[in-house]
Design a binder for this molecule. Sequence first.
Ligand code: NAG
Ligand code: NAG
Length: 368
Amino acid sequence: MIGRKNNGRPSPMLLVLLALGFFFATYNLLTIIIHIKSSNSGSLAADRSELSDPLTRMPEETRRAESSNSKFHVALTATDAPYSQWQCRIMYYWYKKMKDMPGSDMGKFTRVLHSGSPDNLMEEIPTFVVDPLPQGLDRGYIVLNRPWAFVQWLEKATIKEEYILMAEPDHVFANPLPNLAKGNHPAAFPFFYIKPDQNEKIIRKFYPEEKGPVNNVDPIGNSPVIIKKSLLEDIAPTWVNISLRMKDDPETDKAFGWVLEMYAYAVASALHGVRHILRKDFMLQPPWDLEVGNKFIIHYTYGCDYNIKGELTYGKIGEWRFDKRSYLSGPPPKNLSLPPPGVPESVARLVKMVNEATANIPGWDALS
Ligand SMILES: *[C@@H]1O[C@H](CO)[C@@H](O)[C@H](O)[C@H]1NC(C)=O
Ligand SMILES: *[C@@H]1O[C@H](CO)[C@@H](O)[C@H](O)[C@H]1NC(C)=O
């Protein structure tokens, strides 16, 4: 029916459709802004966006800004626990491989070690030792040390680069990472489970109404983020303050749980009027994201469990599995078995990357 010629002229219906199509195509091109309203579904799988456009939001005033192309310093916050150490070694291995490849804006690398004293990786990985929070202040929530680590490192270290990437031990660089920030707009990965607009009552305790609408708080954590050093110097002390106040408030602590320090960064940056460019392609998270493609960082925070037929058995220990939590007290062995056929490329790639690192890092097994 649609598009059938009518005396040589297109039908009015076709004209309307063409106009609509043109409108939406133009609209897409012009706005670039796609606000992903995360669905209410609690299911991880259901929440994964299949958007092909990696850029989910660009603050308006940056649309015309050029890419900065400045180098960024890779800052990896870590502890001296064996569980943190083996991840850092793999992370640093892939940094070194990607650093000088075309497209990379990676500068130098620092492991910001917030356990207060040097450990046995000082020779292997460039490291800056900072203090943990005073005893008891973290209330057992060790990641509260991250903002405090950044405050100390930014104050005491000499950092040549104008930008900083805040990274974590369970990140591996799958592709050379360019500086995704644009001028004063940092770049961040949007996490589907960080939902400021659905936690308005709590957010308002820390982000008062006079500061603006609650969705000024970006759906992000502090990592991965590429941000101008001068901005992070402003934000980091506020981030310490907000994370401690959030931890101190039972309602907030309960509501935010293990993502409290992510919300604290989101709120702290909003308090400083900083909006982030949201980049879906900044990171991928196996097993939910199936392919590496052009994405930059593999984040292996979720366990990957599969049966022998290559079917995901998430939440149930699989016949084949890779889960960082299997190696809480020491490093994974070299040459982990590859997943069975049918398992997503992202998972297979991750295990191959881990294997490559463990095969090539001198003394992998010695340090356990
Ligand atoms: C955070 O900042 C507020 C206001 O400046 C101050 O009153 C409060 O004591 C700080 N809280 C912490 C835990 O540092
Ligand atoms: C790795 O393990 C596979 C079996 O899973 C084996 O065939 C291969 O020889 C091993 N490679 C090395 C370098 O040990």
